[in-house]
Design a protein around this ligand. Sequence first.
Ligand SMILES: *Cc1c(COP(=O)(O)O)cnc(C)c1O
Length: 463
Amino acid sequence: MKLNEFYPKTLIEPFRIHSVEPLRFTTRAERQKALKKAGYNPFLLSSQQVIIDLLTDSGTGAMSSNQWAGMLASDESYAGAASFYRFEAAVKDIMGFNHVIPTHQGRGAEHILFSCIAKKGDIIPNNNHFDTTRAHIENNGAQALDLVVKEGRVPSLVLPFKGNIDLDRLEMLLAEQGRNRVPAILLTVTNNSGGGQPVSMDNIRQTGAIAKKYHVPFFLDACRYAENCYFIKTREKGYETSSIIEIAREMFSYADGCTMSAKKDGLANIGGFLALNDDTLARRCRNMEILVEGFPTYGGMAGYDMEAVAKGLYEALDEEYLSYRIRSIASLGEKLALAKIPIVKPTGGHALYVNAAEMLPHIEPLQYPAWSLTNALYLLGGIRAVEIGSVMFGMQPDGTEKPAAQELVRLAFPRRVYTQSHIDYIAEVLTCLNEQKEVLRGYRIVSQEPVLRHFTARFAYLG
Ligand SMILES: *Cc1c(COP(=O)(O)O)cnc(C)c1O
């Protein structure tokens, strides 16, 4: 037959839906009432009042029929459960480390690792520390130092690997401080706090070489390891024909261990682990694990959680899935660019960030433009996003307020949950909002807590 080749333009989800969870639609009037009752704080809304929930990609993914099947066949023995050995085998196969220490989620791994290696006066570098990582390092009296490349701090720049660590500054730090003050080097893949931007294989390899040169252990914060590998495949020379799992194995081969939240690229709703090679450190970490998480063959997880993670870690490496996920977020970015809505470029692995400072220049930073945009998104379309701006970061330790460096609205995408028509709907709501953005006004805080105020503060609209 003389049929031409068919190259589809439609992005189709690489799954069909087997079990559905109805969306609850609300009217504008219902949302107006709900938001007012929540003190104009989307964190205080119930999920039943939200149509599309983009608050976080953590633990919000949909599991596969294969994962559910594994959960039913779990072994809930306290010690030596078969589910643990399946989980351990998956981690060893993909990540290649000798010791696998299960934890209830990512911060459990951070708690164990940093209480074993960090002490007062130490410095721990990273591209950008995630908030819980920073908090655990600081809780042990050490300093969490961000060394992302300078391009990583410029939202408008389109570059392939804006999550890279600045190798010159890293080497300078080690030459000056040596291993006595730097107990570990960290690298977060992808760089969550830096807009979900990836780290190149070359940067990971060179970080590993610096770590070896100065005899300092090197840990990957591997929460989004699969998304990072996909970016390496599609953006870095030499990896075009490698499979994602081959890229993952190479990436982990340069490190001495990793911390992992299985709520991200573990495609599970809960779980995590610490994995490492050093026998002595592993023994100390297991002693700490027993104290704070649980027996070493379950950590903080049920047998069925370990089954879900064991399968999820492989499913996250599926190229069709990764391509749909990254393309679908990129396609939203393209639609917003057409509507002249300013976003952080390029779009990241798990989220898209709208630049509210640029979109709403008529709202003063301390009247919280990104907060205003977040609330307007909810009112207009029932979409819940999160402010990353002066409400989150503006409060200073001395009680004064200072505008944050950026005013962003983060749309984080749960894995395998929303389809392309949901994405199109989000683009439509944002476009409609952008056309009437002049009417938006700022907010004033009515009541707040001294720390992490964004979770509970209540607001009044200045319109
Ligand atoms: C989510 C996350 C963590 C912490 O994991 P939890 O499972 O939320 O405790 C650590 N680092 C990064 C980069 C993360 O995204």
